[in-house]
Write a protein that binds this ligand. Structure first.
Ligand SMILES: [Zn+2]
Ligand SMILES: [Zn+2]
Length: 169
């Protein structure tokens, strides 16, 4: 069978095109495989990220509820941040040494705070009723009574000098 040069040329061209198409097809298949692999990796990464997000969310919720519980505890302590809540004496031995030391230090600090307030209040309240502020200086020069109590007392509660001269401040 005789093929004209033109037909021969065409046949060769077609064969070349076919070969080139096959190469391209192989290239595409490779790329498709790469894309699939990449997709799998992304999927795994996405799953991992979603798992981590859930972990973070649950950790956050846990922390939030702990925070709220602490806040409630704090607000229930009307004395402020340094006044401790009561711990049952029977439960003290169950606490660790470091916790006990911590409580001890905190209580000492609380006691100092209470003593300061007690001292200040004692110094300003009437020695008899311990309710109203001191307002009267007695003839012995002691400033220890409120107006009401100074009219019912016969002597200074501090030095027992009979009250005979009262001057209001
Ligand atoms: Zn009084
Ligand atoms: Zn006095």
């Amino acid at each position: 069978m005789f093929l004209s040069p033109f037909k021969l040329l065409k046949k060769r061209t077609l064969r070349e095109e076919l070969a080139s198409c096959r190469v391209q097809l192989t290239n595409w298949e490779e790329r498709l495989q790469q894309a699939r692999t990449a997709c799998d990796v992304w999927q795994r990464e996405a799953d991992e990220a979603s798992r981590k997000t859930q972990q973070v969310e649950s950790k956050f919720n846990e922390t939030l509820s702990q925070y709220n519980a602490l806040k409630q505890d704090y607000e229930s302590l009307q004395g402020g941040p340094h006044i401790r809540s009561i711990i049952k004496v029977s439960e003290l031995s169950k606490l660790s040494l470091s916790v006990l030391k911590n409580i001890h230090a905190q209580l000492r600090q609380d006691l100092e705070e209470i003593e300061k307030v007690l001292y200040r209040e004692t110094a300003s309240k009437c020695m008899v009723c311990e309710e109203r502020n001191r307002t009267v200086t007695l003839n012995c020069n002691h400033f220890v009574l409120c107006d009401t109590c100074s009219s019912t007392q016969n002597e200074c509660p501090y030095c027992q000098t009979p009250i005979n001269l009262i001057s209001n401040i």
